[in-house]
Design a protein around this ligand. Structure first.
Ligand code: ASP
Length: 414
């Protein structure tokens, strides 16, 4: 069994869906389980629908109409029967006429999960694939809406049960949704934005797949974001460890949670281009980490960063007690630290510039700490660096904070 994942860009319109059909045609003799994301920018649009629903904004119906027109027009172009899609849209419409739950994240999951369902309704009909596993029935999580934590044993059992039922005739083509699951008591849950990669990895792990392929609009994993770098290089292969590290530092190529289930069962992960499916892409596997010195450096840039220095007002040393309080505040506000450094009387953190959270953090800390911060900074991470690459990327800019490990350097620059 191979597990594929097609993201939003790969199914953004009727032509894209036809292209997916061609790619699947290359694997006609294989058992396939394919995870699809919502089409194009549907998840963003559904976030706006949720917002309007919560605020009792009458605009909600117009927002839904734009979204349903988008899906109907793809269905029409693909000449499929619209009955199933129509029922699904009516279900969402009916939900939007009810009173939203008070807890925002629960409302979010109720509405946003429809994007993936619309997508598989259309694609399964177009592919004539009757084997659809509803991800909400198999991927079971805790109650953490918008970031469900998977209950692995139960999920594995469910997936094996659902798939073995559908696999009777070989080769099987089974379709499911990315990004969504449900709590044990049936409430829909999402797994975090861009979570479909993770969903595919959950299926691959449960089925002990021979490989997983993420089909993307790039030729594989590149050593830098082509939006900011002209001379990017495709990496032929990389270790699970490198993939996790790069995702952790903010590389957008794979969802950070994807690697762990694959690594646990040593399932090879390929990142391949849906524009050029004949190419091999990048293979991520249990390779040794690249030897420092003979490898291609990878670059990750985070924009709009804040460097905050936090010092006790009474000029005492920063000690474990202070850190405990500061981390508590950060965790409570859901602020992720991108980099940190400790000195005798100051603790420096680099965080994304999210103004509401920043304001609350300043309120929480201002009584005990003096806080200074610089905004509009760039955080550069280079994995497998050397001085030449650092000099080239930093140029004449001022470095405000720097941290080096054996393999990775992080620099905060103006
Ligand atoms: N549709 C979801 C999102 O846009 C999940 C995914 O595409 O991976 O975040």
């Amino acid at each position: 069994m191979k597990v594929f994942k097609f993201g939003g860009a790969s199914v953004k319109d009727a032509d894209a869906v036809r292209n997916v059909q061609k790619i699947i045609g290359r694997f006609i003799d294989e058992d396939l389980l394919i995870v699809f994301s919502a089409m194009g920018k549907t998840t963003n649009a559904l976030e706006k629908v949720t917002e309007a629903w919560i605020k009792h904004n009458p605009e909600v119906i117009d927002l839904l109409k734009t979204l349903t027109d988008f899906h109907y027009s793809i269905a029409e172009e693909l000449k499929i029967d619209k009955k199933v899609l129509n029922n699904r849209i009516n279900t969402l419409h009916d939900i939007l006429l009810t009173e939203p739950p008070t807890f925002y994240d629960e409302a979010y999951d109720m509405i946003v999960s429809f994007g993936e369902l619309f997508s598989t309704d259309i694609i399964s009909s177009f592919l004539n694939a009757s084997n659809v596993v509803d991800a909400r029935e198999v991927i079971i999580t805790d109650e953490t809406h918008r970031n469900g934590s998977v209950k692995w044993d139960q999920t594995k059992k469910n997936i094996l049960h659902a798939v073995s039922r559908l696999r009777a005739g070989k080769p099987a083509l089974i379709i499911s949704q990315g990004f969504i699951g449900s709590t044990g008591n049936g409430k829909p849950v999402t797994l975090g934005r861009e979570g479909s990669d993770f969903s595919a990895a959950i299926f691959a792990w449960a089925l002990e797949a021979e490989e997983m392929i993420i089909w993307k609009d790039v030729p594989g994993v590149l050593n830098a974001d082509p939006r900011y770098f002209d001379d990017t290089v495709k990496l032929e292969k990389m270790s699970y460890r490198d993939a996790i590290e790069l995702a952790y530092y903010g590389a957008s190529v794979i969802h950070p949670k994807t690697i762990q289930p694959l690594q646990n069962s040593e399932i090879p992960l390929y990142v391949r281009s849906f524009y050029d499916p004949g190419q091999t892409g990048t293979l991520i596997y249990s390779f040794e980490e690249r030897e420092h010195g003979d490898q291609i450096p990878s670059f990750i840039i985070k924009h709009d960063q804040i460097l905050m220095s936090i010092s006790p007002r009474d000029f005492s040393f920063i000690a474990e007690g202070n850190l405990h309080g500061i981390f508590g505040s950060l965790s409570q506000l859901g602020i992720h630290i991108n980099m940190m450094q400790l000195s005798a009387i100051s603790f420096s953190i680099v965080i994304d510039n999210i103004s509401e959270k920043l304001e609350s953090l300043l309120i929480n800390l201002k009584e005990d700490y003096r806080i200074r911060y610089n905004s509009g900074l760039e955080l550069i991470t280079i994995r497998y660096y050397d001085q030449g690459t650092i000099d080239k990327i930093v140029g004449s800019r001022k470095v405000l904070l720097e941290q080096k490990s054996r393999t990775t350097v992080q620099l905060v620059v103006e």
